[in-house]
Design a protein around this ligand. Sequence first.
Ligand code: SF4
Ligand code: FE
Length: 480
Amino acid sequence: MKTRNEYIKSMKKMHFELYMFGERVPNVVDNPIIKPTMNCMAATYEAAQEPEYQKAMTAISHLSGKRINRFCHIHQSIEDLVYKSKMCRRLGAYTGSCFQRCVGMDTLNALSMVTYDIDQKYGTEYNKRFLNYLRYVQDEDLVCCGAMTDAKGDRSLRPTEQTDPDQYLHVVDEKSDGIVVRGAKLHQTGAVNSHEIICMPTRAMREEDKDYAISFALPSDTEGIIYIYGRQSSDTRKIDSPDMDVGNIRYGGQECMVVFEDAFVPWERVFMYKEWDFAFDFVEKFASYHRQSYACKSGIGDVLIGATQLIAEYQGTAQASHIRDKIIDMIQLNETMISCSLSCAYEGHQEPSGTYFVNTLLANVAKLNVTRFPYEIARLAQDIAGGVMVTMPSEKDLGHPRIGKYVTKYLKGIEGVPVENRIRILRLIENLTLGLGAVCYLTESMHGAGSPMAQRIMIGRLADMERMKRAAKRLCGIES
Ligand code: SF4
Ligand code: FE
């Protein structure tokens, strides 16, 4: 397994064509906006080396028999699925952020099943190709960026009905040694912190959409892939006041728009090619795993609840019964989220490929909770923190020779707690509920791994309504 420093060194060697704020970024490692996000990805390497985290963070490869990072592992048991949920929560609490690496893990696991199933139907060799690729990813301990969401253009139209055919990523040329692809993937978490990018279809397809039913992997810095860095609220605080005012002084998340400008993919890295009838299956498998991964939000919830308890203590309100009640509500919501992630793991099963897969109904329930509960937890945190969280002066004012003494005097809370500590905790709550951290704690909770409606549709489909009706009829004496 790579160490944290080896990972960062490996990213130094990448040659991304990356743009941010209208300018080309020559080096991802030293950029102050990117740095906390790379630290966050590096935490997935760092934690894997800690004895205390080893069980959750590592696993034994079914290919090589070696100990590997769990993010590169194919789940071989229910226990693996359960440890995955626990890992996501623990890393969420460790970083207070999106640590970005789950998308790759969830893509690899979906591919392990879908390539096998396509081969069974069509006699293709995708699974063999995939396993060769997987061995490389595991041996080198790589970060893979799983890329699903197409631009989609007019949402009421299917891929082939769009006026611009590039609104969904598609194949534009077929050569003897590979294919040429064009289009874009949006909202790509951890894109320029990754070694590899793995694309997959974004929706169910029909036969006429078959040029869009493709999956492949490329080194992330392949020629013809362009990255455009996403803006986040308060992002320039990382440049002008990177200590106190950013709230989370160590970590952050990252998203990019990724453009494929006629990128070439060799055949050995193509894992699905026009098998349109497996596109939905692929989406469902990836999405279910990824909905489980949102256990990360319980970890961030741990941070926010801890921060809220601290600010109540620093401000002298912790003993008020309504404050205690609100904190208990926050804990209940947070533990409900992790309960569902764990339950979809415990209720998992083995697929024909050998990979263990989560219970999809419960994974969708888990994620639908995540679209709501963090907002309520954030509301309660803001309620307890008070308005000062958004009105207090900056860290530069605190250190100012003329006015610093007034900031210190009038932002004081209880005796014995330095004013700086109160400001730091308030800034962390600000970060998580409406600043940089809210990108992943709130909006990503809403839309990541599919927007709420996607989960509602799946829950409606997967719930066993006949069983429930039978139970009701039996008890009231309806015979049919
Ligand atoms: Fe992982 Fe959560 Fe980030 Fe998705 S939002 S990549 S599940 S940490
Ligand atoms: Fe996500």
